[in-house]
Every structure is written in C-alpha cells, then in structure tokens.
Design a protein around this ligand. Structure first.
Ligand SMILES: Cc1cc2nc3c(=O)[nH]c(=O)nc-3n(C[C@H](O)[C@H](O)[C@H](O)COP(=O)(O)OP(=O)(O)OC[C@H]3O[C@@H](n4cnc5c(N)ncnc54)[C@H](O)[C@@H]3O)c2cc1C
Length: 300
C-alpha cells in the first residue's frame, strides 16, 4: 500500500518528479527504457519527503549512467538521480568530503587545488562519486577503496547512516553496499599533501595514457567486461581479440576499433542488439577457453 499517491507527491515536489520518463539521456550509451517515476531531488529534504511518503519496492539510483545499459524492453518503476544539490565538495579537518553527485573529475580538481595527493586517478574516470563507490571504480593501479574513510547514505525509510570503510567489502569493480541504500556522500581518508605541480604532472600523464588507449567521444559504458581474475593472465580485451569477437556485430551494435572491450554505440543500436553482442562474446570465449567473462557494466 502506498503511504501517499504519486500525484499528491508530484504536486508537492513539482518538477523534481517526472512520470513515464525516457531514460536515454541518463545513460552514456544513449539508450533508455522508460521509468514510471523519475525523481531528481533538489536537496536532502526533498529526498526524505519522497522516501517518507512513497513506499519504494525496488529502488534504482543512478549517477551519470556511465556504467549502465538500460534495457528498452522493461519499464523501470522508480529511478532516482541525485541532482545538483548533491555536488558539494569541501575540506573537513584536513580531509576531503564530497557529496555523491559530485563528479570524480571535480573531486580530483579540488584535490589538486588544495594539494592533496592520491586523487589523480579520479580525473580519468567519468561519472559521480556515488557511482565510483558502488563500482569501486579505478584505473592505473588506484581505486576508490584506497581513499575512502566513510560512506554516508540514506535508507529507503529515510534513516541516515554512516558506513565505515571496514564495514564495506570492496573487490575489483565491486562493493557489497546494499543496493537499496542511497549514497549521499563520502569522507575520504587523509592523504599526503604534495606539491601541486607534481599532482598536475601525474594527472596529465594519466590522462594522456587514457586518451592513447581508449576511445573518448563515443557512446559507450566503458569496459564492458571485467578483466578475469583467475584462469588466464589475459585481459578482457585480449580475450575478445584472441577469439575473434572484436569484429562481431549485431545490427548496429559493435565494439570500438580503438579498444575492443568498449562497445561503440555511435550507430544507435538497440539495447537488445547490445545484449546479443555481449552474450555471443561470452559464449564464444567460454566455448573456446572455458573462461566466463563477467560483466562490468550494469544492465538494468
Ligand atoms: C568512456 C568511459 C570510460 C570509463 N573508464 C573507467 C575507468 O577507467 N575505470 C572504472 O572503474 N570505470 C570506468 N568507466 C565506468 C564508469 O565510469 C564507472 O563505473 C563510474 O564509477 C560510474 O559512475 P556513474 O556516476 O556514471 O554511475 P552509474 O553508471 O550511474 O551507476 C553505476 C552503479 O552505481 C550505482 N549508483 C550510482 N550512484 C549511486 C548513489 N548515489 N547511491 C547508490 N548507488 C549509486 C548505480 O545504481 C549503478 O549500480 C568508464 C565509463 C566510460 C563511459
């Protein structure tokens, strides 16, 4: 039973709620399905109002959608995306605190400006801090779990909680944070202050490495598959190439010619075509090598 009808809530929250909303602009693939309710709260009060007045069965919370493929074939019930009111970045007692909708690149810029080391890698990863925590995003040998101290979140009942890093299990591109928690912010661990020129030099090196090896202006979700952690020393892209999956094509779905673990959706494939490409790749590689490629992107 709903505590309140959506029209009453929408009346109160006004343009923060959209009904029957197409999600394509909220995924880097440029592919949507629809969500019955799309809620972009302006601030914590609006978020709490919604959580206290509307009973959510299954919550989907998104950041920038740089790791998400929305299926066009199923309608999502409620999608919540924290808005610009959740992008504050500040210093607290010599540590960086960032709200969850802040972009990683902005946190890296803030760290540079205030001479904090260890945030350089964030300049190379798209999307928000919230998405980075859930995915334990990382590159070039650094990942979120290296720099997190505490995660601030809110439950679907509107209770605010704090998770210490020791309470969270982080693995390669994965965390065990309950998927019904909405991350509000992160307190990062104290890191060594360094000379800004040195930090900037490192950022520039990482960015140019990334630019050299990965496509930058295509519609994609980044690495489609995780690199296997056992059974082979080959990376996902090497397996894709070795077993001739890099040239597979389903309708308009194909891999990037620059990096074959990235799907290139420049030609505007459907989500079904992309899923076919993924499944056929997994099948071909498994049949020939016994290795099961695990998805890094989330299909919702
Ligand atoms: C061109 C390109 C390059 C990329 N390079 C890298 C890379 O080098 N390293 C890397 O690790 N990843 C990379 N990615 C993948 C992606 O950018 C990261 O996983 C990123 O951390 C996702 O952030 P996001 O805000 O877009 O999250 P989304 O894609 O919106 O969501 C990702 C997951 O986090 C959850 N989530 C998001 N926000 C919240 C929140 N506030 N509370 C609770 N759950 C939340 C979502 O439900 C979903 O499960 C790349 C992607 C692209 C398109």
């Amino acid at each position: 039973m709903q505590k309140s009808g959506i029209s009453k809530i929408a009346n109160y929250l006004k343009d923060q709620i959209k009904l029957d909303y197409n999600l394509s602009k909220n995924s880097w693939f440029g592919i949507g399905g629809n969500s019955s309710i799309f809620f972009q709260p302006k601030n914590k009060e609006a978020l709490k109002y919604f959580l206290l007045n509307y009973k959510i069965k299954k919550n989907i919370i998104i950041g920038s959608g740089s790791n998400i493929l929305f299926k066009e074939t199923n309608n999502k019930d409620i999608v919540i995306k924290l808005g610009p009111g959740f992008t504050n970045i500040k210093e607290i007692n010599g540590k960086i605190f960032a709200e969850s909708a802040a972009l990683k690149s902005k946190v890296s810029e803030f760290a540079l400006k205030n001479s904090y080391s260890k945030f350089e890698f964030m300049s190379c990863i798209p999307g928000t801090i919230g998405g980075g925590v859930i995915m334990n995003a990382g590159c070039f040998g650094s990942e979120f779990s290296d720099v997190i101290e505490e995660v601030y979140a809110i439950t679907l009942n509107g209770d605010e909680i704090i998770l210490k890093k020791s309470e969270i299990k982080f693995e390669y591109r994965k965390s065990n944070i309950n998927e019904n928690l909405i991350i509000l912010g992160v307190l990062f661990a104290k890191t060594k202050k360094n000379n800004s020129d040195k930090i900037l030099e490192k950022i520039n090196i990482l960015k140019s490495k990334k630019k050299k090896n990965q496509p930058s202006s295509i519609k994609t979700g980044g690495s489609t598959f995780k690199n296997p952690t056992y059974g082979t020393s080959l990376k996902a892209w090497q397996l894709i190439k070795k077993y001739n999956c890099d040239t597979l094509r389903f309708g308009k779905a194909k891999y990037s010619s620059k990096h074959c673990n990235f799907i290139d959706n420049t030609e505007k494939a459907s989500s079904e075509e992309i899923e076919q490409l993924i499944k056929e790749t997994q099948k071909k590689i498994f049949l020939q090598s016994g290795i099961k490629l695990e998805l890094e992107i989330k299909i919702i």
